[in-house]
Design a protein around this ligand. Structure first.
Ligand SMILES: *Cc1c(COP(=O)(O)O)cnc(C)c1O
Length: 392
């Protein structure tokens, strides 16, 4: 046996257990419809909530920045990679989030990997929500702080764990997703922020799916709950509603100053390119100027959920546009997604271990660029396939 043969064995085992994920190739931009395998497909998979990934003003902002600044930032930011446009973006986010300052990273994943270990170490404690995103879990691991997991959406369990564990450890950090991407449910952030004060624990929220979706003009979960000034660290991404690439952390000036000295993705990896930065600035400017995309996103989401519920589908406990259609059985969910694909609807099945056994689902991500006709098209296909598969 060759020393690399384990790889093909592992791939075989993934394929045999149905956990091998085939990757579709899009030959078009991310829009309401995408071109896959030479076919036009209704796109219900993308996190491009507001349609900004293909917005003409955002595209032009990127092109203009490329012609002025070139395509690359040229270095790590602390060496020579910080351009004035990076600083403009950090000021813009701070203002948008009503925080003192912010730090831009090359991705949301990197923001979590970089920030968490800069805040807590070996002697400290992290209280981490059970269903937190993989990038938080990895950031927690990199920090080598003691990890205490609390139950999904349960501030009661968080309080129990804080009571039991808080006296040890010098510093403590509570970290949670704001919106949970598989169910579309929302963390009880007001209660969590209160517990953070009571137990002297920093509060960190990952708002990747709240940005551009929740709050006034899409300012996110902290604004949604009127918690400005009561959440210590707000992390987010530019790759979802904002439509581009990159991530950030917003908080106090001291926090940002420290991260610039400690966060490894900031210190050891080159900066986001200026074209991306300009595109993000334009996306935020559009969100600030006009909330019609946000309103359209929500009305599409309500129409989609309402139509599916009227047919008898269970769309779970989502409080956001994320629309899980719970099928239950793993094989049925995979088959349902295949049938949808055959009918021109691109929507992924989500199965164990991403979600609990027996709660397999098709996750639908409506956006602001879907028309009423697009939403009706999806509902019609759910009706015909559901009847054919005897699920309705
Ligand atoms: C998508 C996501 C990330 C990662 O963001 P990227 O900018 O795509 O790296 C982090 N946290 C959560 C909760 C996410 O959903």
């Amino acid at each position: 046996m060759g020393k690399m043969d384990w790889i093909s064995d592992e791939l075989t085992s993934l394929r045999e257990s149905g956990r091998y994920i085939p990757i579709r190739i899009l030959k078009s931009s991310q829009g309401a419809w995408v071109s896959i395998d030479g076919k036009q497909m209704l796109n219900l998979c993308s996190n491009n909530y507001l349609g900004l990934a293909n917005h003409p003003e955002v595209k032009k902002a990127m092109a203009d920045a490329v012609s002025y600044y070139g395509v690359g930032a040229g270095a790590v930011r602390s060496i020579a990679g910080t351009m004035d446009i990076h600083i403009m973006l950090e000021e813009k986010i701070a203002k948008f989030k009503h925080m003192e300052n912010s730090l831009v990273y090359q991705g949301g994943l990197l923001a979590n990997l970089g920030t968490i270990p800069a805040l807590v170490g070996k002697e400290d404690l992290i209280f981490s929500e059970e269903l937190n995103h993989a990038s938080i879990i990895d950031g927690v691991r990199l920090s080598s702080a003691k990890r205490i997991v609390f139950s999904h959406l349960s501030y009661q369990d968080l309080e129990k764990q804080l009571k039991a564990e808080r006296r040890t450890g010098k510093k403590a950090l509570i970290v949670t997703d704001g919106v949970f991407s598989m169910d579309g449910d929302i963390a009880p952030l007001p209660e969590i922020a209160e517990l953070g004060n009571q137990y002297n624990a920093m509060v960190y929220v990952d708002d990747a799916h709240g940005e551009g979706v929740l709050g006034d003009h899409g300012r996110g979960i902290v604004d949604h709950f009127n918690l400005v000034g009561r959440v210590d660290i707000e992390m987010g991404t530019f790759s979802k509603a904002i439509g581009v690439m990159g991530g950030f952390v917003a908080g106090s000036q001291d926090l940002i100053d420290l991260l610039k000295q400690r966060a490894r993705p900031f210190l050891f990896s080159s900066a986001l390119n200026p074209g991306e930065v300009a595109a993000i600035l334009k996306s935020i400017e559009i969100m600030e100027r006009d909330d019609s995309l946000l309103k359209k996103l929500w009305s599409n989401a309500e129409k989609l959920k309402g139509g599916l519920n009227d047919l008898g589908y269970n769309t779970g406990h989502s409080k956001t546009p994320i629309t899980p259609v719970i099928i239950g059985d793993e094989r049925n969910a995979v088959e349902f997604s295949k049938q949808l694909y055959g009918e021109g609807v691109f929507a992924s099945p989500i199965i164990y271990p991403t979600v609990a056994k027996g709660t397999a689902r098709i996750r639908l991500m409506p956006s602001a660029v879907h028309s009423d006709g697009d939403i009706n098209f999806a509902i019609d296909k759910f009706e015909s396939i559901g009847k054919k598969m005897k699920l309705l």
